[in-house]
Ligand binder design. Structure first.
Ligand code: BGC
Length: 744
């Protein structure tokens, strides 16, 4: 296949389209900005040759497709990813180009963002990435990643928005709006059911209709219907036998049919397997990195099929229209905003996300915030304290313009007032892959670990440092480099690598005034050391200003307000996937059975009455909050407004995330014990009280009826539960709901 335009940059083509104001009367209608985009596309499609059309529906570079130079239609440039604009790689090679102009702001990953429970901040996050995408010439950003956390072992959990569909949906909608407001198309991924990395390329997901509709799809649905996302990425895995990129039920029936999606369905890279199925089951743009571009399923084979009448031209035209919509939406044809890169304002957003996302898991004895008038020396211990994380973890990695480590943040904040020492303590294993694959296509993996003697010496030195200081800040956790929180693989268990649990126990014996900070995008086991640890912070991965944000929390410049977006189990044995055996995870004979159905995350722990280590929605503060006057007022047959007074009953200004769950005690079908249906952040000065208000609609009370193929509300009394976490309900009331005529 001949590619219509081989210029490396859309700028050359853009210049054809730039001086619109001065166009003469014979300006083609597709360049007339006074017309609607649809009218312009109506004019443009008939002008395209078959080759040009086919050129728009498959890649002609790792992150590039389309381009029709003779008509002034630029390439469509996509790029990862959810945490910031990825560094430049070759047109056909993944090798980084080592440029100096592709450093970007590293926004904290998805789970950190979700831990803020702050959709407005998610919008600011999307805006930052959108602005950076503009200046970097990217039309589509491959994010947000919104797959539900089903197993704590999934390597990509750190990149997603947690275990709850409502929270995930709110964060996603904010992010998408912020990004698309900057003429950058958001590509929501991975649609759908990519809930594990093990066998992600082919595992077939067997999930019931209710779990599909109530757990795994709502965040995607909100992204399309409310967020207006113009692109969606089909997942690698299979669903009910068909790969997601060629899945009629997901793409045609649900996404385009029921939800009215008008944008483009993009395959995950190399996730297309069959021309006929891809072409006829809803895929609009095939991307990937395998083979020659003309050999793509939606390249020559598609063109030949149109020519010999296998595929109607209208089918191709619909895909072209959707891909052109992405180009128009990103300003590619009419000119884009200039954008901006690495500005102080961008870094501030990164810092705010990191700060709001940090979760205080435990604080017995008031070790935090650190009192600089009493603490004169601190030993910072742990390899994670000096590592940077933005560049790791596969496609979501960002070449950070700036990344402040935990140690740097602590030094910048406190070195003037106290003596700070550092000790490495442990060394995580480093995983390397051979550059070349063997004859079977497998790249040899080599794991480099500290020898037992080295490990002992590191541990001994850390214990000495702990003894010599007033207090210890132990910074441990996981590391992408050690293949934890990483694309393409799941963890084997929940343990902290490199014998950190033993080390923490030794350090605490040497100095009980120890704060543990966890840098990890997933839960880890804590049983061995938690009972004797006074203070624990879950700091996730924090992006460009990770260390700055951490120091602000440690030293009390701001009170923690993050809440867990996923449950932390005590052990794998307590989790639904842990109890379900191999068929539940990672699957048997390449099929994974979601036997737990609706009972994902806290829905499982609450319904099965299993106590998690830390529950969904949990997070302490340096102050306390009192809840009172909960009132639920009907506003229609199946809608209500819920109000509650929140008072800061402590002595520090702080923010609380007020959470609203419903409990359906009268359902004729299985319902989880409780389900999140609303939340809001409220910032209060000491002693201040505010009334928060949350709206519920018919969907808040509904379950999906597979028999009716529709959402259904059963009339009766629902419990309204308002609290500080899913297991810290502070006020309850009942609300009578009538059947809803329609539920959207
Ligand atoms: C990932 C996607 C990513 C794409 C392009 C795939 O391996 O699953 O999330 O956007 O690569 O880098």
């Amino acid at each position: 296949m001949r590619f219509p335009c081989l210029l490396p940059c859309s700028a050359a083509v853009l210049s054809l389209a730039a001086p619109l104001g001065s166009r003469a009367a014979d300006t083609p209608r597709y360049l007339d900005t006074s017309l609607s985009v649809e009218a312009r596309i109506d004019d443009l499609i008939p002008r395209l040759t078959l080759d040009e059309k086919v050129g728009l529906v498959h890649a002609n570079g790792l992150f590039r497709s389309g381009g029709v130079e003779r008509l002034g239609i630029p390439y469509l440039w996509t790029d990862d990813g959810p945490q910031g604009v990825r560094e430049e790689v070759g047109l056909t090679s993944w090798t980084p180009l080592m440029r100096t102009d592709d450093f970007a702001t590293a926004l904290p990953p998805g789970l950190t963002l979700a831990a803020t429970w702050d959709p407005e901040l998610a919008q600011a996050c999307g805006k930052v990435i959108g602005e950076e995408a503009c200046i970097r010439g990217k039309n589509v950003i491959l994010g947000p990643g919104i797959n539900i956390i089903r197993t704590p072992l999934c390597g990509r959990n750190y990149d997603y928005y947690g275990e709850d569909p409502w929270l995930s949906g709110r964060i996603a909608v904010g992010y998408i709006k912020g990004m698309q407001g900057e003429q950058t198309v958001a590509c929501v991924k991975h649609f759908a059911l990519n809930n594990q990395e093990t066998e992600r390329g082919f595992v077939d997901v067997d999930v019931g209709e209710r779990a599909l509709r109530e757990i795994y799809l709502p965040a995607f649905e909100a992204s399309i219907k409310e967020g207006g996302a113009m692109a969606i990425m089909a997942a690698y895995n299979r669903f009910r036998g068909d790969f997601c990129a060629q899945n009629d039920e997901l793409l045609d029936v649900i996404l385009k049919g029921e939800w009215g999606f008008k944008g483009g369905v993009i395959s995950d890279w190399g996730g297309t397997h069959d021309t006929k199925l891809a072409v006829t089951h809803g895929l609009d743009l095939e991307m990937g990195s395998r083979g020659k571009f003309e050999d793509f399923h939606m390249a020559k084979a598609f063109r030949d099929g149109v020519l010999n009448g296998t595929y109607p031209m209208a089918l191709l035209d619909d895909k072209v229209r959707r891909d052109l919509r992405m180009l128009f939406a990103s300003g590619a044809i009419d000119g884009r905003k200039p954008g901006s890169l690495n500005t102080p304002a961008h870094l501030k957003v990164a810092e705010q996300i990191a700060e709001e996302g940090i979760v205080l898991l435990k604080n017995d004895g008031g070790l935090l915030p650190i009192d600089t008038t009493k603490v004169h020396s601190v030993a910072v211990i742990g390899e994670d304290a000096v590592r940077k994380f933005a560049a790791g973890a596969g496609s979501a990695g960002v070449k950070a313009f700036r990344e402040v480590t935990s140690l740097e943040g602590i030094i910048a904040r406190a070195a003037k007032t106290m003596n700070i020492t550092y000790s490495e303590g442990y060394r995580q294993p480093e995983v390397h892959f051979a550059a070349k694959a063997d004859i079977a296509g497998v790249r040899k993996m080599e794991v480099i670990e500290a020898s037992p003697e080295e490990a002992q010496a590191l541990s001994d030195r850390a214990v000495e440092a702990a003894k010599a200081s007033d207090m210890v800040i132990f910074v441990g956790g996981l590391m992408h480099r050690a293949r934890a929180d990483d694309e393409g693989s799941d963890r084997e268990d929940l343990s902290l690598p490199a014998h950190q649990a033993e080390l923490i126990a030794r350090i605490e014996a040497a100095n009980p005034r120890t704060v543990v900070v966890l840098i990890a995008g997933s839960p880890v086991e804590m049983g061995q050391w938690l009972p004797s640890t006074p203070s624990v912070l879950q700091a996730w991965y924090g992006g460009s200003e990770a260390g700055t944000a951490l120091a602000g929390i440690l030293f009390g410049d701001v009170s923690p307000s993050g809440k867990l977006p996923c449950s932390f189990p005590k052990s794998m044995a307590d989790t639904p996937t842990g109890q379900g055996g191999a068929r539940a995870y990672p699957g048997v004979d390449h099929v994974v059975h979601y036997d737990e159905g609706l009972l994902v995350g806290y829905r499982w722990y609450d319904t099965k009455k299993i106590e998690p280590l830390f529950p969904f929605g949990f997070g302490l503060s340096y102050t306390t909050f009192a809840y009172s006057n909960l009132v639920a007022t009907s506003t229609g047959p199946a809608s209500a407004t819920v109000t509650c007074d929140i008072r800061n009953s402590g002595s520090r200004a702080a923010t609380e995330v007020v959470q609203l769950y419903i409990h359906d005690g009268h359902a004729s079908v299985e319902r989880p014990e409780k389900e999140l249906k609303g939340f809001t952040r409220v910032t209060l000065a000491p002693g201040e009280t505010r009334t928060v208000s949350l709206d519920l609609n018919a969907r808040s009370f509904a379950f999906y009826s597979p028999e009716k193929h529709a959402w259904s509300v059963e009339p009766g009394s629902f419990s309204i539960l308002v609290g500080s976490s899913s297991r810290d309900i502070r006020a309850t009331t009942d609300l009578s709901i009538a059947a809803a005529a329609t539920v959207n």
